[in-house]
Design a binder for this molecule. Structure first.
Ligand code: NAD
Length: 501
């Protein structure tokens, strides 16, 4: 096999070789294998963690201003490389180039925030909490931290994690998805070019064995995971059992409520873009529209017409709106769920099954699909499809919709389309969901806030990037200080807590 190798990055060097049965990276638009992954073995994993531990000792002592300078440089390099990174992502993940550029831009917001690390790590100081007694507190980094990322955002999710881990003084090891690992390798090169010392950012390639090896390693102190809920649960329980800090973001089933008083054209455009953008392979994709009965027929017709006009082809083609799914298995599963819904009584208002764009007949495509009259009992409603399938459920009113959202086990994002402030307020306060959009279909918070769902969409306590990442990647230290004058010698006190009041 003569495919380009996707290497590990360990101690500043691109290393690794393919095994007998390598993980292959495929271009999902053609189905062709385009690269082979150099999976890290146990020795490489231990070498990377030991290297990270040593690099951490030095990096954590680097002054804040110099750490910030690396972040500023990384920011500039990422911006310069955005087109190149978007091309890599489109070839390996399948999404359209403009969407991949958007992914880079959202990742850059986190680097922007990390550039402010001198401000973010300011401590607290309370002079004279008792006579002659002062208290100071500050936060220090943890040590070796690990990030495990999913296939659907191969640059944004590593950027949700690594700038915050590194700016706060930790070493960071990334385990990218083996489906599209090359954008991570490019990120590693940019960290090096930004002046980050070798070993502070490293990459280990592979699948569950590498993840489990990292979870078990005694020097790994914290684990950030983004991916599906079953794996999030596994990572959380394995890491917690070993006393590690863990944040594990899981899957989603994001609902939008469309009320009769909404701007119909605006709502339909928003729902179509959020359901079918990136072929529905976003954790914030809108996969369920809860539409008020009185406007449902008209809404379904409008959305189906707009979805039928979506240009589906390879993401690298000019004019593409939507690319393929990540694999043949993902496509076949999505199409099977559509068929099951139809058999169970859903109406297929737009059918994407079997869609094969000209010139890409071997790609992993399915077209935009709109299912009407879906009920909560159907698999198309219950499971995350992670494909271009919009399920429309007809609801009586806002409260009916809020009830469905709250009954759903996931709670990542949700949106309301309305022109009523009163309805919007009731929705914001009433839904058990982490991220809310009011006439905003994909409410991913900007980099100065934190991102995280509720319920099965986040296992653990911390949201990701923004202020919660500063807390996640650091631990507090508090110093209580007294500086007695040379002539001051109070008597020994034998009761706990005795202070000079
Ligand atoms: P996945 O859970 O299959 O894989 C995620 C990562 O975990 C990959 O690096 C993979 O190699 C590793 N992994 C897979 N199985 C494992 C196992 N058994 N043990 C240890 N590690 C394992 O997810 P995916 O298919 O790459 O990504 C899609 C999923 O990610 C969707 O469910 C989507 O909703 C979710 N996602 C969530 C968010 C969020 O912020 N909540 C963001 C992006 C994606």
């Amino acid at each position: 096999m003569n495919l380009p190798l996707v290497p590990n990055l360990i101690a500043g060097r691109a290393v690794g070789q393919v095994g007998a049965d390598p993980l292959l990276v495929r271009n999902p638009a053609t189905g062709q294998a385009i690269a082979a992954v150099a999976e890290a073995d146990a020795a490489a994993l231990d070498h990377a963690v030991q290297t990270a531990d040593q690099a951490f000792q030095a990096w954590s002592q680097v002054p804040l201003g110099r750490r910030a300078a690396v972040m500023f440089k990384l920011r500039a390099l990422l911006a310069e490389s955005a087109e190149e990174i978007a091309g890599i992502i489109s070839r390996e993940q399948g999404k359209v180039v403009s969407d991949a550029l958007g992914e880079v831009a959202r990742g850059l917001e986190v680097v922007d925030f990390a550039c402010g690390v001198p401000q973010l790590l300011k401590g607290e100081y309370s002079p004279q909490v008792a006579t002659g007694l002062d208290v100071a507190s500050w936060r220090e980094p943890l040590g070796v931290t690990v990030g495990i990322s999913p296939f659907n955002f191969p640059i944004m999710v590593p950027l949700w994690m690594s700038p915050m881990a590194i700016a706060t003084g930790n070493a960071f090891i990334l385990k990218p998805s083996p489906a599209d690992p090359s954008a991570a390798v490019k990120l590693g090169q940019l960290w090096q070019a930004a002046g980050l010392p070798d070993g502070v950012f490293q990459i280990l390639q592979g699948g569950p064995d590498v993840v489990n090896g990292l979870l078990a390693h005694r020097l790994v102190r914290a684990v950030s995971f983004v991916g599906s809920t079953p794996v999030a649960r596994h990572i959380h329980s394995a890491a917690v059992a070993l006393g590690k800090r863990v944040q594990a973001l899981g899957g989603a089933k994001n609902h939008a409520i469309v009320l009769a008083d909404s701007n119909a054209e605006f709502a339909a455009n928003s729902v179509v873009a959020a359901a079918f953008g990136a072929a529905g392979q976003r954790c914030m994709a809108l996969s369920v529209a809860l539409v008020e009965d009185s406007i449902a027929d008209e809404f379904v017709a409008r959305v189906a017409a707009k979805a039928a006009a979506v240009t589906v082809t390879a993401g690298t083609e000019a004019g593409a709106d939507m690319g393929p799914l990540i694999s043949a298995a993902a496509r076949d599963r999505a199409e099977a769920i559509i068929s099951e819904a139809e058999a169970d009584g859903a109406k297929v208002a737009l059918d994407g099954r079997g869609f094969r764009p000209a010139g890409y007949e071997s790609g992993f495509f399915t077209g935009p699909t709109v299912l009407d009259a879906v009920t909560p009992a159907m698999r198309a409603y219950r499971e995350e499809i992670f494909g271009p399938v919009l399920a429309v459920v007809r609801v009586r009113d806002l409260d009916h919709g809020i009830g469905l959202i709250n009954d759903n086990p996931y709670g990542n994002g949700t949106a309301l389309f309305t022109s009523s402030g009163e309805a919007a307020r009731r929705f914001e306060l009433g839904v058990r969901v982490g991220m809310i959009g009011i006439n905003v279909p994909i409410p991913v918070p900007v980099g100065s806030y934190s991102f995280g769902g509720w319920k099965d969409s986040l296992i653990g306590d911390f949201h990701i990037y923004g202020p919660e990442s500063v807390s996640f990647y650091t631990q507090a230290k508090v110093a209580t200080r007294r500086w007695p004058a040379p002539d001051q010698s109070p008597e020994a006190s034998f009761h706990f807590g005795a202070r000079s009041k």
